[in-house]
Design a binder for this molecule. Sequence first.
Ligand SMILES: Nc1ncnc2c1ncn2[C@@H]1O[C@H](COP(=O)(O)OP(=O)(O)OP(=O)(O)O)[C@@H](O)[C@H]1O
Length: 591
Amino acid sequence: MAFLRSLAPAILFVAVYFVISLLVTNSYYQLMMTLVLVWTVMGLSWNMLSGYTGLMSFGHAAFFGLGAYFSVLGHVHFGLSPWLAIPLAGALGAVAGLVVGIPTFRLRGHYFALSMLAYPLALLYVFEWLGYQEVSVPMERDHQLLYMQFEDQRIYTWLALALAFAVIVITRMVERSRFGMALLAIKQNEAAAEAAGIDTTRWKLRAMMLSAGIAGAVGAFYTVVLLVVTPQAVFGVLVSAQALTVAMFGGVGTVWGPVIGSLILIPLSETLHAEIGSWLPGIQGVIYGLAIVVVILVAPEGIFWKARDFVLKHRERAETARAVSRRAPAAAAPLPATAAPARRAPEGKPILEVRGLSKAFGGLKAVQNVTFSVKEGQILGIIGPNGAGKTTLFNLLCGFVRPDSGEVLLDGVNMAGKPPHVMCAAGLGRTFQVMRPFARMSVADNVVVGAYVHAATDAEARARAGQAIERVGLAAIQDKIAGNLTTKELRLMELARALAGRPRILLLDETLAGLGPAEVGEVMAVIRSLAEEGATIVIIEHTMKAMVQLVDHFLVLDHGEMLVEGEPESVTRDPRVVEAYLGAKWSAAHA
Ligand SMILES: Nc1ncnc2c1ncn2[C@@H]1O[C@H](COP(=O)(O)OP(=O)(O)OP(=O)(O)O)[C@@H](O)[C@H]1O
């Protein structure tokens, strides 16, 4: 039901567009109305990959052109009807997306973008070399319906409208599902997405296949509308640039971006081309160039996001004003920061065993032969001076860094070197020293991303996320955008994201860093309550006062090596620990 409600704006758009198309009688404007929709679909295709994952593609023309040539050559050589050619071109595009994606996803950033540019250029020359400089669609006067050759131009607009609506629905479905959440998480912080259990390579490949499939299908439809295909027109740089521009101008990573971008840019460039193109040839290219410059300067993520931020900011300001006037209590109100009762050392069997773990960066031995175990319900504190190797040890446990040697046994199974999403699925949940929120997503959505790892359905993931948010005291601000949170709220949100995956062991990396004294108390209260409920936690923290109250076992690292381990009482009095980390002042104060 909620999904159908979310489609209401799309249905309204289709209805209004349909009514306008009925009123337009000029065949040139009828064609333009169709082209607006063709580029909407191409923009949505680009958006599916680049908008949602952030992997910039300059090469979507490859899939568009393959679809176009498949359709026209299928017709010329085999009498293939476009009704069949369009879905088949979609399938061909998806296969091409897979073939392109597997090698190209090894590259990142600019390298990925540039290598994507190579595919359509190569195909352009291949098709020229094959002699397909200009292929016309054969006229089928006796089978107009079978070959989509209509005299009434408006029928093309309606078909394009149906195609655009279908792609909007698909995009909406993706946006609201685990698929879309995974892509958005990857875009905003790939490492955090991996840590939350997302197999980033697999999701990126799926996005590429879907995106390329849509481009292939609309490429095939384009031949039906324009009736002639040339390598330049379908594989040329302008095709990819146009798809990218309408999406970037309208709004990256939203279904409405390409719609808004096409509605503004296509009529503008086509009209100017028709009116002044004879004495200003290439005016369309100028329009797209200007659009990109304007958008980069004024709204780097596109018009849609600029407008949304504006509305949200005003709404939040109004809500804050209302809350202040009612003297509302603070949004997040976790448990009080009372001193923890003494914890009994757990007696369960170890769930995590680390044996002889080592990692060197060049000549620097960051972690050397570290061995320890964590029992069920235990709270292990890892301490040591700056650069002792604590975060590297976490990265080794979570799969962000591959160990040079050693074992990481989870329930007796060696998982050393497995990627982060596998470690997460196996039960290791983590937070980061430098916070990694999905800044554009709401608190609730950030936490849902973490919940998917063991949730069978979207509803289950949402329910688990809701419980985790409640658990850390952020229920009142769950609709807030993560980018607008305070450090304390971000720390709690990361904790909730880790908790939502129901980890067997929670790894907390300096969760109190950057917090004021009162905030430390609030966050500690949440961690302490988790500990009291029996959670198994490994925590890195420099705030010793908090640590001695919380943990029941310490592991002290120095220069990557284990200096000492044991119960807080003995470790904090150990002269080696005092010398390497705590200092004589601490020792005197706690004698
Ligand atoms: N990717 C890397 N490449 C090279 N050196 C690294 C890398 N990651 C960490 N190091 C180095 O390894 C050592 C251990 O770093 P690590 O961040 O694990 O220490 P830490 O105990 O967590 O320190 P802090 O308390 O300051 O966070 C440091 O000397 C650091 O500069």
